[in-house]
Design a protein around this ligand. Structure first.
Ligand SMILES: [Mg+2]
Length: 331
């Protein structure tokens, strides 16, 4: 027992009552294992991610509703990045003594909201007490027909490089939080409650459009690097094409700083993919259908691992720090 006034079994019982049913989850919370039944002919895709207090979040910067939403979204984002349809999530939480029942309720509410929005269900997990901070570990399971699964390995020279949504919003919010400033609300929301691009990822995969895809969690250059390594190709990025939100532009930083953030800022949770030129029409149709901009930002080239940046047709230097580091790592 702790400040929650309830033990592990009460917490699990309350959570079980709030879980939805799903045709894929034959048995959810309540036995030693969950039982899942895959749709015939589909593959199971599985991902897991931890969110650790003081490493990935701070309780003085986030509320528990946002934290619950983000915990689900960052995992769903990995499923989106491979074209999978989310099916079930498993949630393990280590709960310190100073957490209240209201905090925990808000956390589960946020988590279940995001599950519901992507039609996935919470199917199991674990709780225990923590002598340190809050630790959250989520495992997300999705399914897809083999033809819809997109890996990092298929980018070819001449393919366009595309990103969904806008870049750099979350990084600006984090930078302002770290320097004691209050970020603009739209940008803070992008940091605290990122949206997993589940529908667009699934649509792209089903249409067979991307040759390679990844979600942007560590920054465009860092995550593009994973595609380049896996596909043994290079890339040219036209930085004046990088999609920046009106809220980010309104902050008034100079272009150099804005583009630097869009290239290296982390936690955008947008999708980055490559596709051949003939896919442009289908990409435009999907962007319209899901009401989300998809922007071509560059081209895949032949030299393995080589990245060039251009601005208005001229070469630019690569930013010194290529990827995002969480705030505890000295970023
Ligand atoms: Mg990822």
């Amino acid at each position: 027992m702790n400040r929650l006034g309830q033990g592990e079994f009460e917490i699990i019982e309350q959570l079980k009552a709030r879980c939805e049913s799903s045709p894929v989850v034959r048995l959810g919370i309540g036995d030693d294992c969950a039982i899942l039944q895959l749709p015939p002919g589909e593959l199971l895709l599985t991902t897991t991610d931890m969110l650790i207090e003081s490493i990935h979040f701070r309780r003085d910067w986030t509320d528990f509703l946002s934290l619950g939403r983000k915990s689900a979204a960052v995992n769903l984002s990995d499923l989106a990045a491979m074209g999978a349809l989310p099916r079930a999530l498993f949630l393990a939480v280590a709960i310190p003594a100073d957490l209240t029942a209201a905090d925990l309720d808000l956390f589960f509410t946020g988590f279940l909201e995001v599950c519901h929005a992507s039609k996935a269900v919470l199917a199991g997990g674990d709780t225990c007490s923590s002598k340190g901070g809050v630790s959250i570990c989520v495992t997300a399971l999705g399914t897809a027909p083999e033809t819809a699964v997109v890996r990092r390995t298929g980018a070819h020279p001449g393919d366009g490089i595309y990103v969904t949504g806008t870049l750099g919003d979350s990084a600006l919010a984090l930078q302002w939080l770290m320097t004691g400033r209050t970020p603009p609300p739209e940008l803070l929301k992008r940091h605290l409650e990122p949206t997993a691009r589940v529908e667009v990822g699934r649509r792209l995969g089903t249409a067979g459009v991307p040759t390679a895809m990844i979600d942007i969690s560590d920054g465009l250059l860092a995550d593009l690097g994973h595609i380049l390594t896996a596909s043994r190709v290079g890339a040219c990025i036209e930085i004046d094409r990088l999609p920046l939100s009106p809220a980010l532009r309104a902050v008034g930083d100079d272009d150099h700083l804005l583009y630097d953030r869009a290239l290296t800022g982390g936690e955008d949770y947008e999708l980055l993919f490559t596709a051949p030129p003939e896919a442009q029409g289908e990409i435009d149709r999907i962007a319209t259908d899901v009401d989300l901009p998809i922007t071509r930002v560059g081209t895949i080239s032949e030299t393995c691992g080589e990245v060039t940046l251009t601005h208005a047709g001229s070469l630019c230097p690569i930013p010194q720090h290529k990827g995002y580091k969480h705030f505890s790592a000295g970023a």
